[in-house]
Design a protein. Structure first.
Length: 141
């Protein structure tokens, strides 16, 4: 049993019934808004993130990535974005959800030294981090 000090099982409970569908939609070149908040979580108060669907700090984001099922799913969804690199984030997600994706990738790229998230920021967002996320983390790019 893994330590779940941040109650990350809340994401598992939300994802379990729809994760396969959400991944298939993403692999098909789109993403639906209802799934964004728990497939690509971001910091609380960033582009409407609040309550159980948001993360509160870098340590919680790290815990999310180290949580075996959640970390695997997040990486799987980010990896699916590589196959969509010919599209723009706005084409796949729409403008509002593209900002949410950028915020999520920014958060997780700050939480880990893995290249996956930084690479997607480079490919889809010209290596631009989400300034609101950076400010909330009190980090400077």
């Amino acid at each position: 049993m893994i330590d779940d000090a941040y109650n990350l099982h809340r994401f598992v409970e939300l994802q379990d019934p729809v994760y396969g569908e959400a991944l298939a939609i993403l692999q098909g070149g789109a993403m639906c808004t209802p799934y964004m908040d728990f497939i690509f979580p971001r910091l609380v108060r960033i582009y409407g993130a609040d309550g159980p669907l948001s993360l509160h700090c870098l340590d919680e984001a790290r815990a999310y990535l180290y949580f075996p099922l959640l970390g695997h799913r997040y990486r799987e969804c980010v990896d699916a974005l590589f196959w969509l690199a010919d599209a723009t984030p706005e084409e796949v997600f729409g403008a509002a959800d593209a900002r949410k994706l950028q915020a999520s990738l920014t958060l997780f790229s700050e939480a880990t030294s893995e290249l996956l998230m930084r690479t997607m920021l480079t490919i889809w967002f010209d290596n631009r981090v989400d300034e609101n996320t950076i400010t909330s983390l009190d980090l400077r790019p």
